[in-house]
Write a protein that binds this ligand. Structure first.
Ligand code: FAD
Ligand code: MG
Length: 346
C-alpha cells in the first residue's frame, strides 16, 4: 500500500512537472510586431498576447481616432480644430470632458514650468513651420520669420488665457492650440487602457519619441529602451532597463530641424523669445508613469535646461536624463538605477 502511494505520488509529481514545462511553453504568448504611421510619426508595436493581431489593430485605431477626433490641429473634424476655429467666440466651443481634462493637466505643466510648456504657441510654431522644412530634401530656401512677425504671434499666446469649463473651452481671439508637444504621450495613456482590456503578457509601444512599456517579457528580464545619441543619431548613448509600466519621452534638436548658414533651427520654441529653445542641452529624456506628463515634461525640460528641468521633473515625480551640447550626460539620482551606458548595456 505504502509502495503504491509512493509510486502514485511520484507519478503525480512527474505529471505536474511535465504539465508545467509543456503547458508553460504553450502558454507563452505569441509575439506580434506592427509598424504604421499616425500623428505624423511612426507607431511601432511589440506585443506578447494571444490576441496580438486584433490588439495591434485596435491600438492603431485608437491612436488614429484620438488624432482625428480630438487632438489634431490640422484635421478638420477634430475637437482641437474646432476650438481653434472658434477662437474669439464668447460662448466657446463644446468639447468632450476628456479634452478638458487633458488641457487641465497641460495647464499644470505650463504653470509649474513658468510657461515654458505652452500649447498656445501654435501661431509661432506655424511661422517657423520647421516640420515642413525638415521634411524637405532641399531646405535651402528656408527663411527665418521676421522679428516683428514673431512678436505679433507671441502676443497671441498664453496658456492662462484659456477658459476651461466642464465640457466647453473658450479660446480668446487669435490664439491657436498646438498639441504637438503632448499628443503622443496622451496616445500612450489611451494605449495603456486598451492593453488593460486584453490578455497581454507584455508590450512595448512607441509613438514617435514617446514609448510605453507594459507587463513583462515572456523570457523574463527588463525591457530595454534605447536613448539616441543626439550628436550621432546612428548610435545610442545607452538604454533604460524597465520592468512593468513606464512612459519614456525624449525631446531633442536632432530630428525635426533645418540648417541655414551653419545654424540649426529646430521645432521646440521658447515662448519667452519666439525662437527655438537654446538652453545648453541637445536632448532630454523623461521617465514617469503617465504619457501625458512624460511628453509635456520632456518639451518643458528641453526649454528650461538642466538645472530648472531637474526641479520641474521632481515636482511631478519624474526622472530626467539630459545630454548637454558638449555631450555630457547628466541625470536625476532616481534615473541612475534604470540607465545603463551603451558599453555596459548588456
Ligand atoms: P516635442 O518636444 O514633444 O514637441 C515639440 C512640438 O510641440 C513642436 O513641433 C510644436 O508642435 C510644439 N511646441 C513647440 N514649442 C512648444 C512649447 N514651448 N510648448 C508646447 N508645445 C510646443 N507632424 C507632421 O509632420 N504632420 C502631421 O500631420 C502631424 N500631425 C500630428 C498630429 C498630432 C495629434 C500630434 C500629437 C503630432 C502630429 N505631428 C504631425 C507631429 C508634430 O507636428 C510635432 O512635430 C511632433 O509632435 C514633435 O514631437 P517631438 O517628440 O519631436 O517633440
Ligand atoms: Mg513632448
Amino acid at each position: 500500500m505504502k509502495l503504491f502511494l509512493k509510486k502514485t505520488s511520484v507519478i503525480i509529481w512527474l505529471f505536474i512537472v511535465l504539465c508545467t514545462v509543456f503547458t508553460g511553453c504553450g502558454r507563452t504568448a505569441p509575439l506580434t510586431r506592427k509598424v504604421d504611421t499616425a500623428m505624423g510619426t511612426i507607431v511601432s508595436q511589440t506585443l506578447y498576447s494571444s490576441q496580438g493581431t486584433d490588439l495591434a489593430e485596435e491600438i492603431l485605431r485608437e491612436i488614429r481616432l484620438l488624432e482625428e477626433e480630438c487632438l489634431s490641429w490640422r484635421m478638420e473634424g477634430s475637437e482641437v480644430y474646432a476650438v481653434n476655429a472658434g477662437a474669439g467666440l464668447m460662448d466657446g466651443v463644446a468639447v468632450s470632458e476628456e479634452l478638458v481634462s487633458v488641457l487641465q493637466d497641460c495647464r499644470k505643466v505650463s504653470a509649474a514650468s513658468a510657461g515654458a510648456f505652452d500649447i498656445t504657441v501654435g501661431k509661432v510654431v506655424r511661422l517657423w513651420d520647421i516640420d515642413s522644412w525638415a521634411a524637405m530634401e532641399d531646405a535651402s530656401d528656408f527663411v527665418m520669420p521676421k522679428e516683428e512677425q514673431l512678436q505679433d504671434a507671441l502676443a497671441d499666446t498664453g496658456y492662462d488665457k484659456i477658459s476651461l469649463e466642464a465640457n466647453y473651452i473658450v479660446l480668446p481671439a487669435r490664439l491657436q492650440l498646438d498639441m504637438g508637444a503632448v499628443g503622443k504621450g496622451i496616445a500612450l495613456d489611451k494605449v495603456r487602457n486598451v492593453l488593460d482590456d486584453y490578455e497581454v503578457e507584455g508590450a512595448v509601444i512607441s509613438v514617435g519619441g514617446s514609448i510605453l512599456t507594459y507587463g513583462s517579457k515572456p523570457e523574463g528580464g527588463a525591457w530595454n529602451v534605447a536613448i539616441v545619441n543626439p550628436h550621432d543619431t546612428s548610435q545610442n548613448i545607452g538604454v533604460l532597463k524597465l520592468v512593468g509600466e513606464w512612459c519614456v519621452s525624449t525631446s531633442g534638436n536632432y530630428e525635426r530641424y533645418v540648417e541655414k548658414d551653419g545654424v540649426r533651427y529646430h521645432h521646440i520654441i521658447n515662448p519667452k523669445t519666439g525662437y527655438p529653445a537654446d538652453s545648453g542641452i541637445s536632448s532630454v529624456t523623461i521617465l514617469c508613469k503617465e504619457g501625458l506628463y512624460s511628453d509635456a515634461l520632456s518639451t518643458a525640460c528641453f526649454i528650461l535646461g538642466e538645472e530648472e528641468g531637474r526641479k520641474l521633473a521632481s515636482e511631478f515625480g519624474a526622472e530626467a536624463l539630459f545630454v548637454s551640447n558638449s555631450g555630457e550626460i547628466i541625470m536625476t539620482p532616481g534615473m541612475e538605477q534604470y540607465f545603463h551606458l551603451s558599453n555596459k548595456a548588456n
